[in-house]
Design a protein around this ligand. Structure first.
Ligand code: GLY
Length: 363
């Protein structure tokens, strides 16, 4: 088991290990206090894991309710968010009570945004059950819902009081969900850890490994959270360095929207990472070997890096990117494996970069 301390303005702990679902009650009690807890989960995860979490919370003295919504990115929307708030109000939750997000990235994002806004903010606990949520979205306090125009366009920074990552939950992931998480692991390796990238090249992560080498999985999750911790602690509200964590996301989010959220987030990040690396080579901003290495590693982890999305459609969708400021956008450019930088780029250049990055003949 690993415990990492996230030293944001309100510090909190991230626990990584096995059999932690049974400890959610006691860990929530010591981090948050309060009398009531609502477990927010979805129709995939609730039937698998809500019961042990509920029992653990009740054993720790909480009165527990469960709010379950339909699984899928298409439900990370205002109606789900409002339904959670109405549910909490109807059940007379107070600010000292707790929202427990039990699930993957979608659950964490929408439950976190509800916690950030209910009575102007109440206690929030992340219990990530997917690889993507464990290595990335459960840590750092970004919460959001999607709007018609794009992904994560309404949200808040709201740090959890504690994150409880039980790697035993990864055993029930399907291959596409597993690959999605690998996309964020590869992203962390490219921005900050060349050694991790080389290790993944030598021995790609597989679902089989998740089942049979729990200690390597715990270490991998801890290593990824440590990369994220360092960035988030230096820039909690994404004024500068935290933008690095968006490597692959400007084009990736655009492809995700163009494809109507049919493709997983990790797949779109993989497409975005390869596309921006290809474009960076054309601008002499990175070595010509880098796009191919990223592409091969993504493919070795079950992530397709080809998109049928047109450059025009992707550019139109990318205009909603939160890193855009007027006529410029901050892009994350891979200078080398393990080292990225932020380049403020005018929109005309960005359009050309998308054309180069997504050109069918380069895919
Ligand atoms: N997933 C990027 C961030 O948390 O900043």
């Amino acid at each position: 088991m690993y415990t990492l301390e996230i030293d944001t303005a309100q510090p909190y702990k991230v626990h990584i290990g096995t059999h932690l679902l049974e400890q959610v009650g006691e860990l929530t009690r010591s981090a948050c206090g309060g009398n009531r807890a609502v477990i927010v989960t979805d129709t995939n995860v609730g039937p698998l894991y809500a019961l042990p979490v509920r029992v653990s919370l009740e054993d720790a003295g909480y009165t527990v309710d469960v709010f379950t919504f339909e699984a899928g990115e298409e439900h990370k929307r205002a109606d789900t968010f409002l339904a959670i708030l109405e549910f909490m109000a109807t059940h007379e939750f107070t600010r000292s009570d707790c929202v427990i997000a039990l699930g993957g990235g979608v659950v964490g994002d929408v439950a976190g945004f509800a916690a950030a806004t209910y009575m102007r903010g109440c206690n929030f606990v992340q219990v990530p059950t997917s690889l993507l949520a464990m290595v990335d979205s459960s840590v750092g306090g970004k919460t959001a819902i999607d709007l018609e125009a794009g992904k994560n366009l309404a949200g808040a920074f709201w740090q959890p009081k504690v994150v409880i990552a039980d790697v035993g939950c990864l055993a029930t992931l399907d291959p596409a969900q597993f690959a999605d998480g690998c996309g964020e692991v590869i992203k962390h390796a490219v921005i900050a850890d060349a050694e991790l990238f080389e290790e993944l090249e030598r021995t790609p992560l597989t679902l089989d490994l998740l089942m049979h080498d729990v200690s390597r999985v715990e270490l991998l999750v801890a290593r990824n959270i440590d990369i994220k911790r360092a960035v988030v602690v230096s820039d909690e509200r994404e004024a500068s360095a935290r933008k690095l964590l968006n490597f692959g996301h400007s084009i990736g989010h655009a492809v995700e929207a163009c494809e109507n959220y049919r493709l997983g987030h990790g797949t779109c990040v993989a497409i975005g990472m390869v596309a921006i690396a290809r474009a960076a080579v054309d601008y002499d901003a990175c070595d010509a070997s880098i796009p191919g290495r990223i592409e091969r590693l993504c493919r070795a982890h079950g992530l397709s890096t080809a998109s049928t999305c047109s450059a025009d459609d992707a550019f139109a969708a990318a205009l909603h990117d939160k890193k855009r400021a007027g006529d410029t956008i901050d892009l994350v450019i891979p200078r080398a494996i393990g080292s990225c930088s932020i380049a403020t780029t005018d929109l005309a250049t960005f359009k050309t970069m998308i054309e180069v990055g997504l050109a069918p003949e380069r895919q």
